[in-house]
Design a protein. Sequence first.
Length: 114
Amino acid sequence: MDKFMLIFHGDDEIFRQMSPEAMQADIQKWNQWIGGIAGQGRLTGGDALLPTGRTLRGTGRVVSDGPYTEGKEIVSGYLIVSANSLDEAVELAQGCPICDTGGTVEVRPVQVLA
């Protein structure tokens, strides 16, 4: 099986506006979805990402605050999954709860370095 990275892009503002009950329901959806992938033995790893950090740009390695200070859509986390093909990895991504809040899932093959 090959490895694929599911990269989650979402609007952080949506989550800041959620009630505690809505936030808890959303977390439950994520736990069920990720648990289903893990239950199939396909979850290799992953983490949520905080909306803070630093970015290095250009040959001068200019450092700026935040991953995307000019945009409201952020990379909020990722999973690494095992699948037989890109299509199969996309099928695993179909149930991702970020799509329920207008976000996206980018599915990318992980390159094996020799």
